[in-house]
Structure formats: C-alpha cells, structure tokens
Design a protein around this ligand. Structure first.
Ligand code: R5P
Length: 299
C-alpha cells in the first residue's frame, strides 16, 4: 500500500503513514501563474493499492480539483486501486434540493469522484447518514463519537451533573449514539431554525437546564453561530459549565474569535481539517482521528 497526501491536510496524512509504518508517497504539485495546477506522481505505483488523504474544506473547489488530478495521475500510472480519505467531505450540506432550482452539489462531486475511477471513499461524520447513497462505490462512513466518548469519560464528565445537547433537531441521532456509548447519559435538543435564503439562525426557548454541565455535540462548526447561540441559551437557562465536541472545524470567517469570546469553556474538535496557526485559539483542543483511519486501512 502507498499513501499520498494532497496539500490540505499533510499533518494527518503523515500521522496515518507513520502509524502504518510507511513513508508518504511523492507527488509534485505545481501551481501555474494563472493558478491552474499540474499534478505528477513521482513514485512507481503500478499494481499498487494507493490511498490519498485530502480534506476538502475552504477552498473546497480548489481542493477537490487537486484531489481529482491526484487520483487521475495514480490511475494513469497503473495503480491497482485508489482509496480516497476525505475526512471532511466538502459540499455535504448540499445533498438534496432544499429550494426549487438548486443544484445537488454533493451528487455532482460523487459523479466526478467515480468518473476519475476512485475505488473507495473513507469519510467522517457526514451531515446526513443518507449521503453514501449518492455514491455507487463503497463508502466507509466513520465517526469521531467514540473519541468524544473516551475524552468525556477521561474528564469524568459522564456523571449525573451533565446533559448532552444537540443544538438542532437534525443532530438528535448523533447525540443518542454518543449517549449510548456513555451508559445512556441524558440528552436534550434545542430547536434551531435557519432562514434558507440568508442563512441566519434562530433558536427556540428551552426549559431550565437542570444539570450543572452541558456538553454540546455537533458535526461541524462553520461560522460558529450555532454554537455561540446554543451556549448563550444554555447559560441563560442555568448551565454553569459548557463544553463543545464537534468533528469538523470548518472555522469560516471570524468563527475562532466568536468561539473564544463565547461563554463556552472549552471546544474539542478533530483533525479532519487542518487548522492554520492564525485560526488556533486558547479554548480549542484538537483530538486526532489518525489512529482510526490507520486501523481501517490495515484491515
Ligand atoms: C447544521 O445543521 C450543522 O449540523 C451545523 O450545526 C452547522 O453547519 C454549523 O454551522 P455554523 O457554525 O455556521 O452555525
């Protein structure tokens, strides 16, 4: 097996390669003056099972194009199979038509991945569990929830002073799974509404939070608005300590600043997306999915 990395999440690719005791494969990625890219594979891959690690967060379009070129280069050079590890699958929130006239962007991405002859996709905590149905290649849908459960246990937050919170109704399935991993801890959900045109969110009032500690669990943090609003509501209703566990740190715009200045005590995310130095902040802690990827590639 040979492991390659696109430009977006080299630290994760290096971690996975190290755990599998393999060197990272060599690619030449050249960017022309007009920002077109040329990808060239420098290792022999004839008859090899290849793995490519690439996160597709901001800028999703550029990152996807680079990935398509890497897959094409590997296949043209005789790779037996190409498994793509896209820990954060960009465009997943556009997996169906919300308002008449829209494109199904996730469906388009799945078609291109198949057209360049991807053999298998490994990804994490998809926004909807139905997204794999858009693909006709095998999709291994992994989750960071066991990593979150382990951290919650280590911190001794799996006690009767804690409630797990979904910041929207769509996340209830996710928190139920997490609670199941933690001896069926109690959970609650906030009703969030998003204006489909402006993207602005509002949240329904909730009852008093009878627990001292609230742990908000979400699949991704993009602008940070959902977490900041949910935390404010929970604090107003009596939660003294608020922690957040979220798989994908998309961190669009000034999300890091909003999160640092929020009432949240600590925010745990994973390395599905590599966070640039200027987006790190004191309340942030990063957990790794590297071992989980390596374990599944070893099988
Ligand atoms: C929405 O349904 C998702 O689960 C997240 O809550 C949402 O994408 C987070 O976005 P933002 O950080 O911009 O509020």
């Amino acid at each position: 097996m040979k492991i390659f990395s696109g430009s977006t999440n080299k630290p994760l690719a290096e971690k996975v390669a190290k755990l599998l005791k393999k060197p990272l494969g060599r690619l030449e990625i050249h960017v022309f003056a007009d920002e077109e890219k040329r990808v060239r594979v420098l290792d022999k891959v004839l008859g090899e099972d290849c793995v490519v690690v690439q996160s597709t967060s901001t800028n999703a379009d550029i990152n996807y194009m680079e990935l398509f070129f890497i897959i094409d280069a590997l296949k043209r050079n005789g790779a037996k199979s190409v498994t793509v590890v896209i820990p954060y699958l960009g465009y997943q929130r556009q997996d169906h038509v919300f308002r008449g006239g829209e494109a199904v962007s996730m469906g388009v991405v799945s078609k291109i991945l198949e057209a360049v002859e991807t053999n298998k996709l490994i990804t994490f905590d998809l926004h909807s569990s139905r997204i794999p149905e858009l693909f006709s290649i095998p999709v291994l849908h992994l989750s960071a929830l066991p990593i979150f459960a382990k951290t919650i246990r280590e911190k001794h937050w799996d006690d009767d002073q804690t409630v797990i919170v979904s910041p929207d109704m769509g996340g209830v399935r996710r928190v139920k799974i997490l609670c199941g991993l933690l001896n069926n801890m109690p959970y609650m959900a906030i009703e969030k509404n998003r204006d489909l045109k402006s993207g602005k969110i509002s949240m329904e009032e909730i009852k008093t939070v009878t627990k001292k500690r609230a742990i908000i669990v979400d699949d991704m943090i993009s602008t940070g608005a959902t977490i900041v609003k949910a935390a404010k509501l929970l604090r107003k209703k009596g939660a003294e300590e608020i922690f957040v566990f979220s798989t994908h740190p998309v961190f669009a715009g000034n999300a890091p600043l909003l999160l640092q200045e929020s009432v949240v005590n600590k925010i745990f995310v994973t390395d599905t997306i590599s966070i640039s130095r200027e987006k790190l902040f004191p309340k942030l802690q990063i957990l790794s999915i590297g071992e989980m990827i390596a374990k599944n590639l070893r099988r």
